[in-house]
Design a protein around this ligand. Structure first.
Ligand code: FES
Length: 128
């Protein structure tokens, strides 16, 4: 009887530990909050507008869009974070209405310039 070998063990046998599946080389990753509070404030419309704008500008194939349950800033929603390498900590867009999405797609995801008027400022972390 053949015993099932875990994929991790198979990888080790092949001489490397990296996962067998490859990850598509996206230029950017956008996390859109789909939590209850953001949903109440229009997150579905924001996400729909984002996907439509990415499709229209030809950026959908190089931009990964995922939803998350909560980004922890619920009362400011709809919220989204863009990770594209311009800021290793990500650019947080709070209160990102569908009317602002096109600007984020054109300026940030298209030209690599975060939209400062829409991007949240960072505050120092509280010392514990
Ligand atoms: S529900 Fe969107 S940040 Fe919490």
């Amino acid at each position: 009887m053949e015993v099932a070998i875990s994929s991790k063990k198979k990888r080790k046998e092949r001489g490397h530990d990296s996962p067998a599946a490859k990850v598509r080389d996206y230029e950017a990753h956008v996390l859109v909050c789909a939590g209850g509070d953001c949903k109440k404030r229009g997150a579905k419309d924001t996400r729909r507008a984002l996907k439509a704008a990415l499709r229209a500008s030809g950026l959908l194939g190089e931009t990964r869009v995922d939803t998350v349950d909560c980004l922890g800033l619920c009362k400011h929603g709809p919220n989204a974070v863009v990770y594209d390498g311009t800021n290793p900590k990500g650019t947080w867009y709070l209160g990102l209405d569908e009317s602002d999405v096109l600007e984020v797609v054109d300026e940030h995801l298209g030209r690599g310039t975060p939209v400062s008027r829409l991007a949240a400022e960072r505050r120092p972390r509280k010392k514990s």
